[in-house]
Each structure stands twice: as structure tokens, then as C-alpha cells.
Design a protein around this ligand. Structure first.
Ligand code: DX5
Ligand code: ZN
Length: 241
């Protein structure tokens, strides 16, 4: 997985590969003064989830492109950049150009989501589209071909450590049906409140990429927390194994 950054190998085919369950620890719950060490603490992770918040689209303020550029030099784990910012049309392509493996924008923040998703791909990253808990997935069904990942927020975006919203589970199932019916190799990510108590129901509903902040960085051993979350999700998504 670590060779996936920036489209350096293989082209688009690899980017849409079905790779099963993936875990993306969110550094929002890590120690921001030691991000390189915090990245190194989860060698078992498939991605590192980077929450970019601008204090406008969400009330919280975190980090931006300069820190992402530094982090890219400090880790070989691909970065999964989740932009919770206004005007992602303007800012998102730069994260892809910098070398992020995946760049996700919020549907309601983007004024030209198709153009922005295409630009992210053109810059060599996977393109993600995010929906808040109250936003329906159906209006975006026709955009499936434009994205590599659909992110369904399972909390209101802005802060780590919130409770998983079970009300999103039916939408995860509907999104899975939409993706399967179009035979799209689009990953289905959930973000917010994912833990050993909630990951199984999200996986059973059809999610395959799991962001976990406090459940990983709040654990005694973040690396094994990643592995046990992956194992739980695997079992729940494929109960016969
Ligand atoms: C919330 C962020 C999440 C957050 C998840 O707006 O997008 O990525 O870090 O943290 P937990 O896993 O603690 O809910
Ligand atoms: Zn996030």
C-alpha cells in the first residue's frame, strides 16, 4: 500500500483495485507536536487520515498544506486528506499535487464537484466525495464514475471523539447498493465514532474503509488497535470466514 502515493505506479487501474478492508487512523487524535512519531506508531495502517479544517466549513481549525507537505516527507504511509474547508474547488488539487494519495472534498462545500474530482485525479490522487449525516446519497448516484471513494460521515464533522451515529447505517447500505449496482470500484469510507464497539455494524452495512481517531490514538498500543479493528471489520463483512 505504501507505494500508492501520487500515482507513481501503474496508473488508474491500481487506484480502483478492490483491496478489501482498510484502516485509516486519524491524526486528529494524535499529538500534533510529534506527528512523524505518531505516523510511525501505526505501521499497520493502510492510510493516515489527515483532517484539514478551516474554522469556517466546520467550527474547528487544524492544519493545512504546509503540514501535509512535511508529513509526506516524514512517512511512507499514504495520506488520506479529508478537506473540511470552504471552497475546496480552489484548494483540493494542491493536496493531490503535493503527493497525497487520496483527497476528499465535501459535496456541499464544492461548487463544481465534478471539475474538482477530475482535477484531483488529474493530479494523481484518488478522488473522494464526502456527505454529512443528514445529506442523502441518492443525488450523487450519477457522480459515482467521477470518484474513487465515497465518504459517509458517521458524526457531524469538526471534532474527534464523538459518538457514532447509527442513523447513518441505512445510508451506508443504500450507498453499497448504488455502488454495487453500477459495478463501480469505489471505496466506501466511514468516519466518526468508529471503534471496536461500532466497526462491525458499519462493515456489515457495507463500508470498507474505516477512519478511526480516538480508537487508535487513544489506545495503549495504536498499532495493534489498527489490526484488531481490521480483523473485526473483516469478520463482520465476510461472516463465513
Ligand atoms: C471528524 C473527523 C474525523 C475524526 C474522527 O470531523 O473527520 O476524522 O478524526 O475521530 P474519532 O474516530 O475519534 O471519531
Ligand atoms: Zn475525517
Amino acid at each position: 500500500m505504501s507505494a500508492w502515493r501520487g500515482g507513481s505506479i501503474g496508473g488508474r487501474g491500481l487506484y480502483t483495485a478492490d483491496v478489501g478492508i482498510q484502516i485509516s487512523p486519524s491524526i486528529l487524535s494524535a499529538d500534533f507536536a510529534h506527528l512523524a512519531d505518531e505516523a510511525a506508531a501505526v505501521p499497520t495502517a493502510d492510510w493516515l487520515h489527515v483532517d484539514v479544517m478551516d474554522g469556517h466549513f466546520v467550527p474547528n481549525l487544524t492544519l493545512g498544506l504546509p503540514i501535509v507537505e512535511s508529513l509526506l516527507k516524514a512517512t511512507s504511509t499514504p495520506l488520506d486528506c479529508h478537506l473540511m474547508i470552504e471552497d475546496p474547488d480552489r484548494w483540493a488539487p494542491a493536496y493531490a499535487e503535493a503527493g497525497a494519495g487520496s483527497v476528499t472534498v465535501h459535496a456541499k462545500a464544492a461548487s463544481a464537484p465534478v471539475r474538482t474530482l477530475r482535477e484531483i485525479r488529474r493530479q494523481g490522487a484518488r478522488a473522494g466525495l464526502a456527505l454529512n449525516p443528514a445529506e442523502p446519497v441518492e443525488p450523487y448516484a450519477d457522480l459515482v464514475g467521477e470518484m474513487d471513494m465515497l465518504l459517509l460521515m458517521t458524526v457531524e464533522p469538526g471534532f474527534g471523539g464523538q459518538r457514532f451515529l447509527d442513523l447513518v447505517l441505512p445510508k451506508i447500505r443504500r450507498a453499497r447498493e448504488i455502488l454495487d449496482s453500477r459495478e463501480a470500484s469505489v471505496w466506501l469510507q466511514v468516519d466518526g465514532g468508529v471503534s471496536d464497539e461500532t466497526i462491525e455494524r458499519a462493515a456489515e452495512a457495507g463500508a470498507d474503509v474505516f477512519v478511526a481517531g480516538s480508537a487508535v490514538y487513544g489506545a495503549q498500543d495504536p498499532a495493534s488497535a489498527v489490526e484488531s479493528l481490521r480483523e473485526q471489520a473483516r469478520r463482520a463483512s465476510n461472516p463465513t470466514t
